[in-house]
Design a protein around this ligand. Structure first.
Ligand SMILES: C=CC1=C(C)c2cc3[nH]c(cc4nc(cc5[nH]c(cc1n2)c(C)c5CCC(=O)O)C(CCC(=O)O)=C4C)c(C)c3C=C
Ligand SMILES: [Fe+2]
Ligand SMILES: [Fe+2]
Length: 339
């Protein structure tokens, strides 16, 4: 036998597994320079903006990246935490909580939990290479997007494929495509609404506001809209809400094209004009609180509702590192890793 071939017993080494939580990414600091760097990487991705490069490039570099970073940095500054960007801090907490849960549940198995960002650091490819260097071969890649969209989830598949094209011995990586209808996710959302209402009282209506995408993406086959509707209906069902007690809408529109409707901004203004006395808003597409929930919903949308004549406004936080959310992520990880 050649000396370079594996020796007997080597293959019986304990299997090393890992979970890689993936979220979108966020600027390193709340200063315009960092925000510009983040936006430049994010908005250059063809999965995110499908406009032909010849048209998009001058818009991105000539308009968006010269004006938006300053305004968006101001918004980030209004929600920034001492430890950093809420999205990053919460993702780190999710990583720690999931590591604790899996280590406790499988004391005899080697399971590492790490996180990566689609844009910025730590990158998906780098994290997978680091895990492989530690001897990990089985990786559950968990994009923290319950509803699949080519604009978000597919980016994770793309980056994984790009890495694998450059490798000889690729990792056995399994990606979770979606979990929009998973009972543990719906139950975690319902629990967060009930707990919030127990403490703060129930509003007249619950608005489920999802991140929007251009309507054209859905017309071309992106299932994101169907996934959002299915999540919303399942949550309303789990909470036993009647039709007039809840609504669905889409936020964070960018640019002039039509995005998924109804827009959150339009709905809250309409309900404000109706003199709705109280409104609760939840954002089920976000696994962690971030700029889009803490600033756009909790500040801008609140103002729009109340300026239009609406009453009390409450924002129900994302699932973040709550026990039921971590349990849902543990369940997904166990399935993907065959634990
Ligand atoms: C240009 C198009 C965009 C698409 C399509 C899009 C889809 C999409 N995004 C999320 C989740 C998040 N987006 C966040 C911020 C954000 N999103 C866009 C644009 C698109 N998103 C921009 C330009 C920004 C940056 C802020 C701004 O300039 O307004 C975030 C928050 C990041 C943070 O640091 O807090 C998240 C999370 C989903 C789920 C999604 C499609 C399903
Ligand atoms: Fe976004
Ligand atoms: Fe926004």
């Amino acid at each position: 036998m050649s000396a370079s071939l594996p020796v007997a017993g080597e293959s019986q080494q304990a299997k090393k597994r890992a979970v890689l939580l993936v979220n979108l990414g966020t600027p390193e600091t709340a200063e315009p320079k960092s925000v510009r760097k983040f936006l430049a990487e994010f908005l250059s991705d063809r999965r995110v903006v499908e406009i032909p490069r010849l048209i998009w490039w001058p818009i991105l570099h000539g308009i968006i990246l010269t004006t938006r970073p300053k305004a968006v940095a101001k918004a980030y500054q209004s929600i920034w935490w001492e430890e950093g960007s809420p999205l990053r801090v919460i993702t780190e907490r999710q990583r720690n909580a999931l590591q604790k849960t899996l280590s406790k549940r499988f004391p005899n198995e080697h399971v590492t939990v790490e996180y990566a960002m689609s844009y910025g650091d730590p990158g998906i490819a780098q994290q997978i290479k680091d895990l492989q260097a530690q001897g990990v071969d089985h990786i559950a890649v968990l994009p923290l997007y319950p509803q699949y969209s080519a604009t978000t989830t597919a980016v994770v598949y793309d980056q994984l494929a790009e890495l694998q094209q450059q490798q000889r011995d690729i990792a056995d990586a399994r990606v979770c495509k979606y979990y929009f209808d998973r009972p543990s996710y719906i139950k975690a959302l319902a629990h967060s609404v009930r707990e919030y209402r127990l403490e703060h009282g129930s509003a007249e209506r619950l608005l489920m506001s999802f991140h929007g995408i251009p309507k054209r993406c859905v017309d071309l086959g992106d299932p994101y809209y169907q996934h959002c509707v299915a999540t919303a209906e399942a949550l309303a069902g789990e909470l036993g809400l009647e039709k007039e007690q809840w609504g669905i809408s889409f936020q964070s529109r960018l640019g002039k094209a039509e995005w998924l409707k109804p827009y959150t901004s339009d709905i809250v203004q309409e309900w404000g004009r109706e003199k709705l006395s109280s409104l609760d808003v939840i954002c089920p597409a976000f696994a962690a609180d971030c700029l889009e929930t803490l600033e756009e919903i909790s500040e801008e949308i609140r103002e729009e509702f109340q300026e239009a004549g609406g009453g009390d406004f409450s924002y129900i936080p994302c699932l973040n590192d709550s026990a039921m959310h971590i349990e849902c992520l543990a369940e997904l990880s166990e399935e993907l890793l065959g634990l």
